[in-house]
Design a binder for this molecule. Structure first.
Ligand code: KG4
Ligand code: ZN
Length: 334
């Protein structure tokens, strides 16, 4: 069964809509909410309001860009979870309204599965089973992907997500939100080995990032007492060092899982997979280990509706539809 699907993403601070036709993405419009920058993090209430304001123009543009009329649609998809409840409700309600008025099926997509399925938007596509390191602002997971909709989380963070660790350490340095891309930028030219930060040993394929944030904070407090310009004078080295530490933690568990589970098809997904150093490190490691490494395009790493559309395409094929009285699930699991 193939069809034309409109997909809506509204789980956090990006309002996005995309149209997919028979598994081919025709449009992907993303509107990033600037309003959170001055608060140093996403303010849920403001996110919901901004989604409410942006959703109609974003959907209209996605349809226009794809050259599709709404009466051509065979289904409407939305992000069901995980995410912020108020933000999810805006996308879900809009999708329900469209599905009802057009009398077409409604599809509820898991945001984290969709990040992984971003690998199927463009070629080359991974072979199954593949191992995906999913790294975002809310999650850090190692996932064995057995088929488009059959996935098993084999490891995850026991506290903060790695994106959160990037954002929180950036905030400690006085950088704007989201800090991840800024750390990436300032780390260029810095010495990654200048400031070694401790790595806590966590069993299995799980991760922990909260200790590093605290160690970083304590270190900077101490240095600031000696020199109040310490951060400004050492920004590149600090960014490179913290980035190096976070990537080392991710790589250690990825290498362990790939070896023990005997998987050589390796992918990264989620916002942090836009990090240039993580992308290079995984490609380099892949060469040494004989992995086939898959890294999505930048625009498909951070939140976008094309990945929701891709997941919806597979769900549509499997007739995995939602009833119109469905509600979002902020803590949705696989
Ligand atoms: O997947 P995503 O857009 O939203 C969630 O589902 O959470 O991920 C957002 C996270 C933020 O923590 C942001 O700082 C991080 O991805 N991020 C980066 C980079 N680009 C985005 N972290 C490090 N380096 C980057 N270049
Ligand atoms: Zn995301």
């Amino acid at each position: 069964m193939s069809g034309i699907i409109l997909a809506i993403e509204s789980s956090c601070d990006e309002t996005s809509a995309s149209v997919v036709s028979n598994g081919k993405v025709l449009s992907n419009i993303v509107s990033t909410q600037e309003v959170h920058q001055k608060y140093g993090g996403v303010v849920p209430e403001l996110a919901s309001r901004a989604h409410q304001k942006n959703i109609l123009p974003v959907v209209s543009e996605a349809l226009k860009d794809a050259n599709i009329k709404k009466t051509d649609l065979n289904a409407v998809a939305f992000t069901k979870g995980p995410g912020l409840l108020g933000a999810l409700l805006v996308g879900a309600s809009f999708a329900k309204g469209m599905a009802m008025s057009l009398d077409i099926p409604l599809i509820g997509v898991n945001h984290m599965q969709a990040h992984i399925l971003a690998h199927f938007i463009d070629d080359p596509k991974p072979q199954f089973p593949f191992l995906c390191l999913t790294v975002s602002g809310g999650h850090t997971q190692l996932v064995v992907v057995k088929s488009p909709l059959e996935m098993e989380v084999v490891g995850e963070t026991i506290d903060d997500a790695v994106g959160e660790a990037f954002d929180k350490t950036a905030k400690i340095m006085g950088l704007d939100y989201p800090g991840g891309p800024l750390i990436d930028k300032f780390a260029q030219g810095g010495d990654p080995l200048k400031y070694p930060f401790p790595n806590v040993n966590i069993p299995d394929y799980n991760f922990s990032f909260s200790g590093i944030k605290t160690a970083f904070l304590n270190f900077l407090r101490k240095e600031n007492q000696k020199n109040e310009n310490f951060i400004e004078e050492n920004k590149a080295d600090l960014c490179a060092s913290i980035q190096h530490t976070l990537i080392k933690i991710l790589m250690k568990k990825l290498i362990k899982a790939a070896k023990e589970l005997n998987i050589k098809e390796i992918g990264i997904a989620g916002g942090v997979s836009a990090n240039s150093s993580l992308r290079n490190t995984i490609l380099e490691e892949g060469k040494k280990k004989g992995w086939n490494v898959y890294v999505p395009d930048f625009e498909h790493c951070t939140d976008n509706a094309a990945m929701i559309a891709m997941a919806a395409h597979y769900q549509y094929e499997g007739k995995d539809f939602e009833a119109l009285n469905t509600s979002p699930n902020p803590r949705m699991k696989f």
